[in-house]
Write a protein that binds this ligand. Structure first.
Ligand code: ATP
Ligand code: PRP
Ligand code: MG
Length: 209
């Protein structure tokens, strides 16, 4: 049995075509059903539906053999304990700093609100900027508006969320897409099955360009 960890929402939606090409079609719809383990049309493959930030944890501990996670999440979690063999090029966005449109450029000490604490810390350290990081779990865009932080580190796609809150993108930290990650022990123990799946995903990717 192969277990694949996926989060609900955009990653699930964008991963479905890859899975379908490999003959894996979930028999339930996670948006309407409360099941957390989904059987599929392939009796040897099941999906576990978890929070996006939990995907690396499940795969690292072998609770799932494979997972699909954003590079933002992987960077923050640390990727040493995982294989990351494939960029699926889905759920694309940018990890950026952003600040109020009228705020001056950052100099000296800065307060940063983000859910990406480690990534933000090392980004500002690499610039030689002293940053005080304030951990939030969502709605980062609010922080500069209420005086909680000078800037944020968050994901930007269309820029609509920033614009709607009088913020503007500043510096690009990294281009983000979702990656296939594999448990290291599973890569050895279930090599034939995983290699076959990887090959199919690569084929689907190649057909897209
Ligand atoms: P939760 O809702 O559980 O807090 P989340 O907000 O991290 O989780 P999603 O919004 O589905 O869950 O994000 C999952 C991944 O999709 C992110 O880690 C990122 O890689 C990517 N992503 C997030 N927002 C966007 C966006 N606006 N456009 C494109 N990709 C995005
Ligand atoms: C994500 C992200 C930003 C927004 C950026 O939020 O956290 O807030 O998308 O996209 P945009 O540049 O196109 O506006 P999401 O839609 O995932 O909502 P969430 O707060 O529930 O995570
Ligand atoms: Mg989100």
């Amino acid at each position: 049995m192969l277990t694949i960890a996926v989060s609900k929402g955009r990653i699930y939606e964008e991963a479905l075509p890859f899975l379908a090409e490999a003959g894996i079609v979930p028999t339930d719809d996670p948006t309407t059903c409360r099941k957390l383990i989904l059987q599929t049309t392939r009796p040897d493959v099941q999906l576990v539906i978890i929070r996006a930030t939990d995907v690396p944890t499940f795969v690292e501990y072998g609770a799932a053999d494979l997972g699909i996670a954003g590079k933002d999440v992987l960077l923050e979690h640390g990727t040493e304990a995982l294989y990351e063999p494939l960029d699926l090029n889905i759920a694309r966005c940018r990890l950026m700093t952003a600040a109020h449109k009228d705020a001056p450029p950052i100099t000296g000490r800065v307060r940063v609100a983000t859910k990406y604490v480690k990534t933000a810390q090392s980004y500002f350290a690499s610039l030689g900027i002293q940053a005080e990081i304030i951990k939030l779990y969502g709605s980062m865009e609010l922080a500069p508006l209420v005086g909680l932080a000078d800037c944020i580190v968050d994901l930007v796609d269309t820029g609509n969320t920033l614009k709607a809150n009088d913020l503007e993108p500043r510096e690009l930290i990294m281009n983000i897409s979702s990656r296939l990650v594999v448990n290291k022990a599973a890569m050895k123990m279930k090599n034939a099955d995983i290699a076959q799946l990887l090959a199919q995903f690569e084929k689907t990717l190649a057909q897209r360009v």
